[in-house]
Design a protein around this ligand. Structure first.
Ligand code: DQA
Length: 146
């Protein structure tokens, strides 16, 4: 059995479905998790799905992924635009990293155009709403190391 794919979510994503639905849609984070689990199952893979509003906790989970995950999907949310510490943690991983966003940050405010996480990512999926996660999991399944 291969190691799970970690799907880690940063701040405010617990409010998915309620928060700015015109940008992020009406599905809850639980709905998104169900999509990820279903997509991974097609490939015989499992998902560890988590969300935190705390930068340090997100970094702890990235470090945990070093030994426990076969690939990492991460929606860093606002921390993607600000956190050098998160980038440093990601750079210590040797598994594939897929950066994932519901919206397309490149088409929004200028401060969202810099995403530190992209410097460590194998690839980026953004702009497809909850389907971004499915596409990211699909990519992770294809790239996963055991
Ligand atoms: C986001 C985009 C970020 O710019 C924003 O801070 C988020 C969500 C997305 O999924 O579209 O919180 O990562």
């Amino acid at each position: 059995m291969s190691k799970p794919i970690f799907v880690l979510n940063g701040p405010n994503l617990n409010l998915l479905g309620e928060r700015e639905p015109h940008i992020y849609g009406h599905e809850s984070l639980g709905d998104v998790e169900a999509r990820c689990v279903a997509r991974a199952k097609v490939h015989g893979m499992t998902i560890v799905f988590r969300q935190t509003n705390r930068e340090g906790e997100l970094i702890d989970w990235v470090q945990e992924a070093r030994g426990a995950a076969s690939a990492l999907v991460i929606n860093p949310a606002g921390y993607g635009h600000t956190s050098v510490a998160l980038l440093d943690a990601l750079k210590a991983l040797s598994i594939p990293i897929i950066e994932c966003h519901l919206s397309n940050p490149a088409a929004r405010e200028s401060f969202r155009r810099t995403t530190y996480v992209s410097l460590a990512a194998t690839g980026v999926v953004s702009g497809f709403g909850p389907v971004s996660y499915e596409l990211a999991v699909e990519a992770a399944c294809g790239l996963a190391t055991d």
